[in-house]
Design a protein around this ligand. Sequence first.
Ligand code: SAT
Ligand code: MN
Length: 651
Amino acid sequence: MPEFSEFCDDYAPSSDLSSVVKRVKVQSPIFYNNLRGVSIVHGHIDSLSPKLREFVESNVELCRPSHVHICDGSEAENTKLTRLMVSQGTLRPLPKYKNCWLALTNPKDVARVESRTFMCTRNRSETVSKTRAGAASKLGNWMSLEDMQLAIKERFPGCMEGHTMYVIPFSMGPVGSPLSKLGVEITDSPYVVASMRIMTRMGSQVLKALATNCDFVKALHALGRPLGKTHENPSWPCDPERTIIMHNPEANEIVSYGSGYGGNSLLGKKCFALRIGSCIAKKEGWLAEHMLILGITNPQGVKRYIVAAFPSACGKTNLAMLQSSLPGYKVECVGDDIAWMKVHPRTGKLHAINPENGFFGVAPGTSTETNPNAMKTVFSNTVFTNVASTSDGGVFWEGMEKELPPGVSITDWHGKAWNKSMGTTAAHPNSRFCSPANQCPIMDPAWEASEGVPIDAILFGGRRPAGVPLVYEAFDWDHGVFLGASMRSEATAAAEFKGKMIMHDPFAMRPFFGYNFGHYLQHWLSFKDRPNIQLPKIFHVNWFRKNDQGKFLWPGFGDNIRVLDWVLRRVEGDSESAVKTPIGYVPAPGALNLEGLQENIDLQQLFHLPKDFWTQEVEEIGRYFEEQVGEDLPKPVAAQLEALKARVTSL
Ligand code: SAT
Ligand code: MN
């Protein structure tokens, strides 16, 4: 046995799950290969550090699986699991492509379930702000630690009986980077294993790293197969009525039950990298954000990196893989969903890493026209979920009409024959591709750089059909933080919401805050006071403004480079290119490069600031802050609102 105590001086038996289960005592060498008669079918229990071993043992005791499989992330393991899933009906082969698979979920398990997602802390005030009496918090659901234990007790005992428990060691960020963090997810879903292998660095290298680093986030996931209940859909077990996703930031622990879908079950993504991540970041003085990261090289050869926060399903992946319509510009992708940013001790700049290793992108709307680089990424080594399939062994979704070979027939995401006249969509609006990042032809050479990439600009944005101009720039850091705080966007299919209501989504983090939003704002503001800091400039963008006829005023996609070009010129200090308005700086007449655009752009409408709209917007933001943040709203943010209110009177 290796001597782990040499490395792991913080090792102590955890108080979390072991309070609901009796700790298993290691007694004899035979036990190392056998947990209470549960056979280890893959991997070696005695290769685990004591803390990890205890995590596995206590969950074996709780969930009572028949087998334990410690994942090594190898090709052979993946092939075996894929075969298993095909035999169980969870995956179907897509012979048109190389190593691509289709999963069709239970129709009740198709998106993140925000109403059943909780942060669990001692005091409610750690999680949610002091909301106005009676107002429900829309910025996070709180649960006590006692209720969390109760919820576990009600769901987990014996929940893996007859099934295999997989132990997934994973790293968020390149293994060994000072910005990365380790995690271990326990799950009974081979689909989760296959997806985590794409979305994170997973397997033996991480197990090795875990042997010398005791610090890991513990994630427990079970599909939920209520005992004695027969499943309507055995190829996609889940327990939608009792689904729950809980986070305990004090213990760095995530527990998820009842859903096999994306953000509910791939626990490295939203649960770890954003919710638990933002808590760790606050403690350690950095930022964990719902942001894409991209690099842009201009025609003069100057390269800069930017990050952008848009809510789920608002085009982060498209922007991250942008193919420039302006000659001479090159965009390269670092990440499409999450950025971890730390102040670099030498440069004083925020340096960002993408903690993920793959893309879990929305399929519908992705096409050669909207995102050619995604189309070059997703047709090998990909797990598709809830897209439609074609009679030639391929996939189809809304937006792929032009790529469909003649004569092929379509089967929709329910597995039923489909044609357009039926009035339904072939693919679920939140259907996804899960693809390795390194297949993207424009991955940035520094995308796995251990020290991250230096950030020069932060973009906030959302879907705003009315009132909000294409782009504007914050006056300073505090104003920029206010822009993030007051973000709003039309609802998308990424969660359970229906309809097209405009929702507040501060920093695009509304479903992902790990702690009190007032404290989060304070944390953002505090970066201004760091010694030698070189803060990025902050902008707000809106590709989605429409005219009175409901037509988009801006072509978007590849033409968004024109906005990035202006942003970069502002970063370089080009003062001629902007004019001041009551809401921020906008491009001066002629400053936005529209050369070569096919259509006529109505710049007048695109940048118009209607007084009644902005008066209402200010009122609505004020109402929201009062209701949702209350006393926790930092004074500088309240002052920004007052200043905006005064400025819009002059519109
Ligand atoms: O379902 S996920 O949370 O993984 C994707 C998203 O909402 O952005
Ligand atoms: Mn996202």
